[in-house]
Design a protein around this ligand. Structure first.
Ligand code: 13P
Length: 345
């Protein structure tokens, strides 16, 4: 295994006050997000939008790596520069989503498994040649009265571990992403009851597959009340229970935890991250940062609306969000900063 190569990538991804931008929405997902804002989704509008993100002035101060979708890995900016090159020039690492989405897991009650292991070594070799230094694979768990089932927890853990082992064999850092969905009316306590065995099963499988823990990024969901739960958990509760579950399940050998935002508002995702970093100030087993998609991009995409004349304003909105999350990753964010003029960024 190429541990030195993995260590080098990890050292770059864990630079102080930096996080990861998830810009790896599949064509279906970004099309839905564009349609909600009446933006046409074509290969070229997707390219233009991602160019906007990755040419934002100063974004490399706050972003250490960008997860790309395969389409973007092969695209060029309007100036003819391949996106991975554009990132490298700014000292930002290119990453790549490698899973091929969800399919039904047979003999469960509508639960899912993530596919994409077949041919993965060959695909990784190609992505690496194009500049990718890390990869992402997302497993999804919905909370219901009887779900996630033991079968879904074990099978998804096994697949995540197989993916991680294959990435490391190729010298690529795997982002291991178990996402317990926020959808539903469950309480935060129920989310905790589900998240703990999910994360534990993932680390048992990673151990069984001899994954080098020092060479992974964990990208978990936070422990949080369901979107439609009548008792919305406070920021403090989310931070405390998330840290509690992670301390119970994630070995200190893991260098970094970069959360997904999972449907939280941008501000919530920032406050939660900040509160966790404050809680961990005395004793921090891992780097604790972000790997958000929606929580970093929402305001930016809304400001852009598919129009070139809005590019600079959209970039300012993106830069502001990235800066606030960078501060949150150091426990230095304050809610008053939300009101600061975007132009002050
Ligand atoms: P969100 O932050 O929007 O949840 O996206 C993160 C991600 O990469 C989902 O796989």
């Amino acid at each position: 295994m190429q541990t030195q190569e993995l260590d080098l990538t990890i050292s770059k991804l864990t630079a102080k006050g930096k996080g990861i931008l998830a810009a790896d929405e599949s064509t279906g997902t970004i099309t839905k997000r564009f349609q909600a804002l009446q933006i046409e989704s074509t290969e070229d509008t997707r390219r233009a939008y991602r160019e906007l993100l990755m040419t934002t002035p100063d974004f490399s101060q706050f972003i250490a790596g960008v997860i790309l979708y395969e389409e973007t890995l092969k695209q060029k900016t309007s100036k003819g520069v391949l996106f991975p090159e554009l990132l490298q020039k700014q000292g930002v690492l290119p990453g790549i989503k490698v899973d091929k989405g969800l399919v039904n897991l047979a003999n469960t009650n509508q639960e899912n498994i993530t596919q994409g292991l077949d041919g993965l070594p060959e695909r990784l070799a190609e992505y690496k040649e194009k500049g990718a230094r890390f990869a992402k694979w997302r497993a999804v768990y919905a909370i219901g009265t009887h779900t996630p089932s033991k079968l879904a927890i074990l099978t998804n853990a096994e697949v995540l571990a197989r993916y991680a082992a294959i990435c490391q064999q190729q010298g690529i850092v795997p982002i291991v992403e178990p996402e317990v969905l926020i959808d539903g009316d469950h309480t935060i306590e129920r989310c905790m009851e589900v998240s703990e065995p999910v994360f534990r099963a993932v680390f048992t499988a990673l151990h069984q597959h001899k994954v080098y823990l020092e060479g992974i990024v964990l990208k978990p969901s936070m422990v949080i009340s369901g979107k439609s739960c009548p008792q919305k958990a406070s920021y403090q509760q989310v931070a405390e229970l998330t840290v509690k579950v992670l301390k119970r399940t994630v070995p200190a050998a893991v260098p970094t935890i970069n959360f997904l935002s999972g449907g939280q508002t941008s501000e919530e995702a920032t406050v939660h991250l900040n509160t966790m970093n404050q809680l961990l100030i005395q004793n921090k087993p891992w780097n604790v940062s972000f790997s958000y998609a929606r929580a970093l991009q929402d305001e930016c995409m809304k400001t852009w609306r598919g129009e070139a004349k809005n590019t600079a304003a959209a970039q300012k909105a993106f830069c502001k969000r990235a800066r606030l999350n960078s501060l949150a990753a150091q426990g230095q964010y304050k809610t008053v900063m939300e009101k600061e003029e975007v132009s002050a960024v």
